[in-house]
Design a protein around this ligand. Structure first.
Ligand code: GLC
Length: 464
């Protein structure tokens, strides 16, 4: 199904050696991490000082866990099952009577995130199906009023906070139960009721659970309205790229934005609700995109090809995730890796194992990822680079010969070593830098070479 992709978005589918700075950061809450030492570049580039300060902890964190979990876990066909299979709203709603997860253990989720080397989590408080996973007062279509009788958001927030994670909530303003979403012109009252729900629920999420570090919107752009299409007499057409919704309905995001900043001045927000974004969302491995150290961004993707639970989805080999993480950090972005727990609340064992393997890698090589910025060597087929202070981490992902040829930089390499052990030889000239690592010291996944410069790397203009 491609029609529902107004922004070209595909909808289908530690730190032992991470440096003292990081260790301090990990122990503290994002609030405590912020403000202190936002990278110079970020400070210079952000539109306002507050934005630069509040994004600082997140940029250092680099790696987070996305969790898609809700009623849709029961049919096990992904979070779009209601729409994809055209299940009548009243039929689908019966899932709420069955949703009584026996093994919901948010501490286990948070511990898994921690052992994967992740620093923050984002949990689906409400997806497009409309079922609220939190206490929404009298709303019968919510986890406290339905069979589960549990405020999943409350339990998740507590567990994530306890584990030292940044706490994020995913929220979808759109709700498929409302015809006013599909026909905002025809069912204006209904669209307005959907909007009232959006404003009310966001206020609850930002008022009742303590500090929220990330509010991760999805489907809140005006362009998603009318199912991202245009209706004219007798015809529905996908709204062409770059053509915006021009109907009379308005989400009134400005009101939510000011309420949000009043209730949670430091919450970070992505760009999917037409409000000023703290970071931009890229979606799916295919959307890795280019280096960008001007606007904070995050790549969200799945560990096993599905957002919401689907049985027997196998993770890819470890190499895939490590190279992805290096490629993301080397482009100056964050990685938000999704798991979709089963209806009983458990995360698939094979996926959990892979996450722990990622964490083991990060405990060894994490200093080259956490609290780094991308560059100065722009990514290429060879790999990517990150830096902190006077150290540049060259993530050599593909060796095509004996030597890795990097472009010239206006700094002198004074020392080079291979993380995890081994010597690297560096020859530097006016034309560039050649790095040689003996075969025995190379790593099939990522050979991380630390180059010590005679000057801080953050002042260097990224080069290709
Ligand atoms: C898409 C999908 C949604 C998923 C999201 C994650 O926009 O509509 O199901 O939650 O991607 O980025």
């Amino acid at each position: 199904m491609t029609i529902f992709s107004p922004n070209g978005r595909r909808r289908s589918a530690l730190a032992a050696c991470a440096g003292l700075l990081l260790a301090a950061a990990v122990g503290s809450t994002p609030a405590a991490m912020a403000a202190t030492d936002a990278p110079a570049q970020a400070q210079a580039q952000a539109a306002d000082g507050d934005a630069a300060a509040r994004i600082a902890w997140w940029r250092k964190a680099r790696f987070g866990m996305f969790i898609h979990w809700g009623l849709y876990a029961i049919p096990g066909k992904g979070e779009w099952v209601q729409f994809d299979k055209q299940i009548p709203v009243t039929e689908y709603a019966k899932l709420a009577d069955q949703f009584k997860p026996d093994h919901f253990d948010p501490d286990a989720w948070a511990q898994l995130a921690k052992s994967a080397g992740m620093k923050y989590m984002v949990f689906t408080s409400r997806h497009h199906d409309g079922f609220a996973m939190f206490d929404d007062g009298d709303n019968p279509y919510s986890s406290t009023k339905a069979a589960a009788h549990r405020d999943f958001v409350a339990d998740y927030v507590k567990a994530a906070r306890k584990a030292g994670m940044g706490v994020g909530l995913y929220y979808s303003p759109l709700d498929w139960r409302f015809p006013g979403y599909f026909f905002p012109e025809l069912y204006r009252d209904n669209a307005e009721a959907m909007r009232a729900q959006y404003h009310r629920q966001v206020e609850k999420l930002l008022s009742n659970y303590g500090k929220i570090d990330v509010l991760w919107f999805d489907g809140g752009e005006a362009d998603w309205l009318s199912f991202a299409g245009e209706w004219s007499i007798g015809e529905w057409k996908k709204r062409p790229w770059g053509t915006h919704y021009k109907g009379g309905f308005d989400w009134q995001h400005d009101k939510v934005e000011s309420m949000m900043r009043r209730l949670q001045p430091n919450v970070l927000v992505n760009g999917r609700a037409d409000m000023k974004e703290d970071f931009h969302s890229r979606e799916g491995d295919g959307a890795l995109g280019d280096f960008d150290n001007q606007h904070p961004w995050e790549l969200c993707t799945t560990i096993a090809g599905a957002w919401g639970y689907q049985p027997d989805m196998q993770p890819k080999p470890l190499k895939h995730y490590i190279q992805l993480l290096a490629n993301v950090a080397g482009r100056d972005g964050n990685l938000l890796l999704n798991v979709g727990p089963a209806p009983d609340g458990r995360i698939d064992a094979a996926q959990a194992d892979r996450l722990r393997e990622i964490g083991a890698w990060l405990r060894k090589y994490g200093e080259s990822i956490y609290d780094t910025r991308g560059g100065p060597f722009l990514p290429g087929a060879w790999g990517a680079s990150t830096h902190r202070g006077k150290t540049v981490y060259v993530h050599a992902l593909n060796w095509t010969g004996d030597k890795l040829a990097l472009p010239a930089i206006p700094a002198r390499v004074v020392r080079a070593s291979v993380l995890g052990g081994g010597a690297a030889k560096v020859e530097q000239s006016a034309h560039g830098i050649e790095v040689t690592v003996p075969l025995a010291a190379r790593n099939d996944i990522d050979t991380v070479v630390a180059l010590q410069l005679d000057t801080p790397a953050e002042g260097l203009t990224p080069v290709r």
